[in-house]
Design a protein. Structure first.
Length: 336
């Protein structure tokens, strides 16, 4: 059995940063993740997606962010159980949590931090009858290797950050043409990205089609033909090499949902007024997996939640010790 101070479920950016914050307090961490490598979605789903809201980085690719985080936590020597899903939870006679994975690996700790752990992500697909006929050849729901779209005519559907980010990326780099189709006039992406897309549209770098959506698709002369219909029922046909319907990913919380935690809309309710604790004492939830009034699903918000959470975890693990916050500019970074 693996013994540690904090079991972290989810080895994405927030889980990794938790190791750093815990390490500053001399707390040992062990991470469990269903994916075979650390990094969560940043490593598995969009490793080359540019991220713009990490302090100190005007832009950083997701995979590079994970690399930096791994470098940052190296002095604290965390343990990893990868390629296994956190499956069951129980408590022993000493009030320690026992988390057993889908492969039977057992972990023991007084504190659990759920930092992601949403289970399997599946793309939200448009309701088009013959969609599966063209998925392998023309349609992509996530972008792992941007280079395959070099010199291609691309159509992106969606109004969130992912759709805007990739439209801007391809328009700035190596796509022959970029169309962006959105079913509304209002985007859900960051205002800066929306404004930049509008500027690109004025320069002819992106063709933006609003209040419209793809209704039918077919293959025509070695390309994918999209039948696009607007709200006022006007139609147009767009030929492209690749169509990227980027409507987000639908997460399922998985076995964690059976642990007795308070769940609301596939997320874990926490007390954000204090320490992001759940309804089970000793279990915290941070990052995208949690929910509370005013929640923002941003990596940097997850970093903040991790910093607050480990302070509370220290008090639980060492109730008789007085922890005085010391700045790293004074103490430096010291491993175990």
């Amino acid at each position: 059995m693996i013994q540690t101070d904090i079991i972290i479920i989810g080895a994405g950016p927030v889980g990794l940063f938790t190791v750093f914050e815990a390490g500053l307090l001399k707390l040992k961490c062990h991470l469990i993740d269903a994916l075979p490598i650390p990094g969560g979605q940043c490593a598995e789903i969009y490793p080359k997606k540019p991220i713009y809201d990490i302090p100190g980085y005007p832009s950083i690719q997701a995979a590079d962010l994970i690399k930096k985080l791994m470098e940052q936590i190296k002095p604290f020597n965390p343990g990893f159980t990868l390629g296994e899903t956190a499956y069951s939870l129980e408590k022993d006679q000493e009030e320690q949590f026992i988390v057993t994975t889908s492969e039977g690996t057992s972990h023991r700790a007084p504190v659990i931090a759920i930092a992601g752990g949403l289970g399997v992500f599946t793309p939200r697909k448009p309701p088009i009858e013959n969609l599966n006929e063209f998925e392998k050849k023309y349609i992509h729901y996530i972008v792992k290797e941007p280079e395959i779209f070099a010199n291609k005519n691309i159509v992106i559907s969606g109004g969130g950050d992912s759709a805007l980010d990739w439209a801007l990326y391809f328009a700035e780099n190596f796509a022959s043409s970029v169309h962006l189709i959105h079913r509304s006039e209002n985007f859900r992406a960051h205002n800066d990205s929306v404004q930049k897309a509008m500027n690109f549209a004025k320069l002819g770098k992106i063709k933006i089609i609003l209040n419209s959506e793809v209704q039918e698709i077919k293959e025509k002369k070695g390309a994918l033909s999209l039948n696009v219909i607007s709200k006022n029922k006007k139609t147009q046909s767009i030929a492209c090499d690749n169509w990227l319907p980027l409507f987000g990913l639908s997460p399922k919380i998985g076995p964690i949902g059976n642990w007795g935690l308070e769940i609301e809309k596939n997320a874990i309710k926490v007390d954000n007024a204090t320490d992001y604790s759940t309804n089970i004492e000793g279990i915290y939830a941070i990052g995208d997996v949690n929910t509370y009034n005013g929640k923002l699903k941003l990596i940097l918000c997850g970093f903040h939640e991790a910093a607050i959470m480990v302070q509370s975890a220290f008090k639980k693990i060492y109730p008789n010790k007085n922890n005085v916050l010391k700045y790293t500019t004074v103490t430096g970074i010291k491993g175990f």
